[in-house]
Design a protein around this ligand. Sequence first.
Ligand code: NAD
Ligand code: UDP
Ligand code: UDP
Length: 313
Amino acid sequence: MNHSVVVTGGAGFLGSHLCDRLVDRGDDVVCVDNLFTGSKDNIRHLLSNDRFEFKRHDITFPLYLELDRIFNLACPASPIHYQHDPVQTTKTSVHGAINVLGLAKRVGARILQASTSEVYGDPVIHPQTEDYWGNVNPIGIRSCYDEGKRCAETLFFDYHRQHKVDIKVVRIFNTYGPRMHPNDGRVVSNFIVQAIKGEDITIFGDGLQTRSFCYVDDLIEAMLRMMETETGTTGPINIGNPGEYTMLELAETVLRLSGSNSRLVKRPLPPDDPKQRQPNISMARSMLGWEPTISLEDGLAPTIDYFKRLLKV
Ligand code: NAD
Ligand code: UDP
Ligand code: UDP
């Protein structure tokens, strides 16, 4: 069955890949985005497609559309971007969630929230399971994002309990791939851009903190599967790649794959930077029959190619 779908944040990195998959499978897609961190370049190839429509709109304001599926991805995701205007970041997560949930309630649509591993903060449980409540600083520089996303989860579950809205919540762990913003300050884009330009690779802190990196195609597949689970299967559910790397290991891998001679240089660790992060994806394996299929090396190669094309190096 074809669906009428709204993707908020659809001109961003993950959202544009999601729009591609939805249009490919025959859905009618409305991409709602204020282009704060997203770009028309990410969706330009879709603009002439009859099944795709772009609406420039800020989700902190109400939106009236007719549809049966909503993917709520609108929110800047990288620390540089979400700390640029932290009040707007919280508004996007909280007011934005209220508006899209109000929309879902009015039209009886199913709605999926792109939540984040940041709800676990600097976790003391490792790897993180969905029943872990997290270790989040409520007043730090990451809080606009972390607490905004936590409050959005609260709103999703209260609209579900109080108004019977059909919700799905996925907690996304670090994801990378083509169409990442070259200046978003995230570690994968920073290291690749530095490596291919021959600039120093900036290791924050001692570089022994860990992250787990999922390739975008794997991630989108999990989101699509979660959306099609039966009503009442709400999550929250972790999606990510459990392979865990230190930032030093990531830097070495990027240097090797890009054939770069860049040097590694140490820079101060930003405040509240989580020391380790790795998803436990047992729930995704059993409920979605899903697990990542693309290794870090296999995913970095097309990502490096994308940045080379983008930066013409
Ligand atoms: P992105 O910055 O590329 O995409 C976010 C999109 O939302 C952009 O196109 C931006 O213009 C749009 N946007 C921001 N504020 C808006 C507003 N008020 N109204 C309308 N549109 C708005 O980031 P991404 O990596 O594609 O992330 C997409 C979603 O996935 C985000 O909600 C993010 O929190 C979540 N997520 C991403 C990752 C990751 O590693 N990429 C990890 C965890 C969670
Ligand atoms: N809303 C929206 N589109 C809709 C329906 C509602 O943007 O199609 C917004 C509406 O402006 C409201 C919010 O969603 O601020 C929450 O809606 P809800 O019905 O839960 O609350 P109420 O309108 O009763 O305050
Ligand atoms: N990081 C780094 N060098 C950079 C950018 C980031 O060492 O140029 C580190 C950062 O301190 C963090 C990790 O890489 O420990 C992941 O950072 P990112 O901003 O990509 O994601 P998040 O911290 O939100 O997981």
